[in-house]
Design a protein around this ligand. Sequence first.
Ligand code: PMP
Ligand code: GLU
Length: 404
Amino acid sequence: MSILSSRVTGISESQTIAMARRSRELKAQGVDVINLSLGEPDFATPEIIKEAAKSAIDNNFSYYTHVSGYLELREAVARKFKRDNNLDFTADQIVVSTGAKQSIANAVLSLIDPGDEVIVPVPYWVSYLDIIKLAQGKAVLVDGAMENDFKVTGAQIRKAITPRTKLIIYSSPCNPTGSVYSRAELQDLAAAIAGHPSVYVISDEIYEFINFEGKTESIGSIPSVKDRVITINGVSKAFAMTGWRVGFMGAPADIAKACDKIQGQITSATCSIAQKAAEKAVSIDPSITDAMRNSFRKRRDLVLQLTSNIPGLKTNVPQGAFYLFPEVSYYFGKSKGGSGKEANGLTIKNGTDLCAYLLDEAKVALVPGAAFGNDRHIRISYATSEELLTKAFKRIGNALALLK
Ligand code: PMP
Ligand code: GLU
């Protein structure tokens, strides 16, 4: 019998992190792996942000801060929410955490009692389900159809709501599909929950600035639901600051206070130096993100073109983030060389098998769609150079061509 709690044994390791670890291990053994698993920008943090951190060190900004982040940072985040998202928060409604991941965990733990239901559109970001499990909540999955760009509709949400529904959580731009909800689509979702005052929304907007088609809309700016929306964002993606570990939320005051209480018992606050860097990031003109976004758009166009050259990869056109989520069922039932022989010991049954095969045969690390709720798909992160992407797709194409 395990000594570990059922709380821990009941959750799985994050598949994005597991694949990245596997690829690092293979690299350390001298295997030439191309890692398209982890979603993190390959750019450097902008100089002006690094300077803010250096000066925080020189000025001995090296003590515990307010648990939710020091006041000027929370004020700067509140101004950012107003400037970019038309959201009205005061500083006491802002909680800064060690990454958006912790912000999401704080919010879910603040709201969910055992058995409470959380509506999760599929595909979802990998960590939502396990965070809900940690809180002993029950995820209610709602399928976003590929024909609707993987987005769910108000009608679907209406059907999924029960008296136990407490939350809906989604990301837009979406990880893993790159889909972005328009204002009209968000209004449709808002209309579905407007009549259910105990249903809250976690709107994960971490890819806000990696949107190729326009401005990212926030459901929190829709009057009928605005008092029930927790808006999550951070600096990891837009400013290439994944390792700095700063994310934040704007939330109703009682929820922000609850998150402050949880965080006060678990982490105290995120790193004071990283907070100074984050204050700079949210305060500078967001046009600083333009160059990175343009590179991501070029890469998206490149991977769409490379994908179209490979049979059996069906995909939507992602409008944001930096992932492709192709459907790969064309390869199910096939094996390397065909004729009933197993492909490297494997007949492909699902996206998980295909990812294992591609890691083995093509030395390209991807993430199975199962991590995001649909194992007919695989996720490809294109947050890497065009040169590496071209090389990776050549390898993927060659390996897939062996499956008969
Ligand atoms: N939400 C989504 C949809 C993500 O893809 C990520 C990626 N890490 C996060 C939240 C967490 O970001 P952070 O690095 O700020 O914890
Ligand atoms: N969000 C990124 C991804 O989906 C980073 C990994 C993680 O935070 O789980 O790949």
